[in-house]
Design a protein around this ligand. Structure first.
Ligand code: ADP
Length: 449
């Protein structure tokens, strides 16, 4: 087992990893930018290293600075969290070249899954059902129109290098397709430095269902069921739950096995998430994330398993501490993402938190790096906390969420808490009857946003 791990991240996820290290008797090293000297992850880690200025390009995304920090502190492994360098194949490779363990999959697996076209081709070859669409990239409008004629409108144009809900355009007809195709390519070029796009059937009423998988890198893999992340704004998740309210045990077992078998076949190591759209009882692969997800705690809650601890174990060469038969779902868990944003436009709202009080009590987990008096810097993601509740069933989890939201105090800045308070009054949310378009429609009706 490692003696010292460096966490190449900040905020709540850095704390999450430090906590796992502490419980495992592993020393932790925090890295931080000059804007984060006062951040909680710096205070909580055993050691810390300043790796650069506020701009993440020169700090949290600087491979050289992070590798130097490992060498200075003697860290044997790096946990990348999510975002930043977590899905950067070159980073995983560079660590390996320096004899440092990347707590995650191999550079090759990251590379395959990081390019969405290659990922989709790989998934299909491994027996995973995919969304109907173009075979690979679409080089010109003539090809695009040919694909659309075959699969039917509406279609969605997606950047192969896309991520974070960006680089997608929907077209309802040929006219829209011409404009969407052109703008999708130029936007992809600007945002990701790669203008390759592909086309998929645009599903009208899908739910976003993702399967958590875990591989030991030696040909064994398990699945930990699904998370339903259908409540989205601009293709980004805001509310996640496990198990999915409409997934049957038979559907879970079937798609779970397909996913676990697929990752076992490629000797995948560590945590991964295979994302699907789910419509009319069918699953359609959209992408795979080769890292820990923001919403992993809902899976931890219902299975009673610490996923970060497990990531560290398999990265050090140990076997998984559980098998498929040990995994039994216990109750229902919900996570809401609390962002420093002002409604109704969700404009970023960093600033000084005068007073912070986390909710507590039975079945409540608050993952956040906030503290009273902390100044949220304006340079990074607006996620400031995740509130996770666990109950014996969905109604109990919903009641607990409402109670916990009432206890939470983040005084001094605007947050997305009022959004969740309002959503918990909605019959569709209470009954679990929503798809990936529900929240956008609700926001438009509520705020005209
Ligand atoms: P990203 O990597 O940017 O998160 P994804 O491919 O995971 O992109 O898609 C994010 C979300 O976009 C999905 O959860 C879904 O809401 C929507 N989406 C993606 N592909 C389709 C599709 N073919 N039809 C309908 N919605 C889609």
């Amino acid at each position: 087992m490692f003696e010292k791990i460096l966490i190449a991240n900040r905020g709540e996820i850095a704390l999450r990893v430090i906590r796992a290290c502490q419980e495992m008797g592993i020393k932790s090293v925090a890295v931080h930018s000059t804007a984060d000297s006062d951040a909680m992850h710096v205070r909580m880690a055993d050691e810390s290293v300043c790796i650069g200025p506020a701009s993440s390009t020169d700090s949290y995304l600087s491979k050289a600075a992070i590798i130097s920090a490992c060498e200075i502190t003697g860290a044997q492994a790096v946990h990348p969290g999510y975002g930043f360098l977590s899905e950067n194949a070159a980073f995983a490779q560079a660590l390996q070249d320096h004899g440092i363990t990347f707590i995650g999959p191999t550079a090759e697996h990251i590379r395959i899954m990081g390019d969405k076209i290659t990922a989709k081709e790989t998934a299909a070859a491994l027996g995973i059902p995919v969304v109907p669409g173009s075979a690979g990239g679409v080089p010109d409008f003539e090809t695009a129109i040919g694909v659309a004629a075959k699969i039917g409108f509406p279609v969605i144009i997606k950047a192969t290098a896309g991520g974070g809900g960006r680089g997608m355009k929907v077209a309802q007809n040929a006219e829209e397709l011409e404009i969407a195709f052109r703008t999708a390519r130029s936007e992809a070029k600007n945002a990701f430095g790669n203008d390759e796009v592909y086309i998929e059937k645009y599903l009208q009423t899908p739910r976003h269902i993702e399967i958590q998988v875990f591989g030991d890198g030696k040909g064994k893999a398990v699945h930990l069921g699904e998370r339903d992340c259908s409540l989205q704004r601009r293709h980004q998740k805001v509310f996640e739950e496990a198990p999915g309210p409409v997934i049957t045990p038979a559907q879970r077992a079937r798609i779970g096995k397909v996913c676990a078998d697929a990752v076992a076949k490629i000797n995948y190591i560590g945590a991964g998430t295979i994302e699907f759209l789910f419509e009319n009882g069918e699953f359609y692969f959209i992408e795979m994330n080769t890292r820990l997800q923001v919403e992993h705690p809902v899976t931890e809650a219902i299975f009673g398993i610490d996923l970060v601890r497990e990531q560290i174990r398999v990265a050090s060469g140990m076997d998984l501490s559980f098998g498929q038969d040990d995994l039994v779902i216990n109750g229902h868990a919900i996570e809401v993402r609390i962002n420093a944003e002002k409604l109704p436009n969700f404009s970023p709202c960093p600033g000084r938190v005068r007073m912070y009080h986390a909710p507590g009590g039975y079945g409540v987990r608050m993952d956040s790096a906030l503290y009273s008096g902390y100044s949220i810097p304006p340079y990074y993601d607006s996620l400031i906390g995740k509130l996770i509740v666990h109950g014996r069933d969905r109604p109990e989890a919903l009641a607990r969420l409402k109670r916990a939201l009432g206890e939470l105090i983040v005084d001094g800045i605007d947050t997305t808490v009022p959004l969740f308070t309002a959503l918990l009054e909605e019959p569709d949310v209470l009954s679990g009857q929503y798809n990936t378009h529900w929240l956008e429609k609700w926001l438009a009706a509520e705020f005209g946003a």
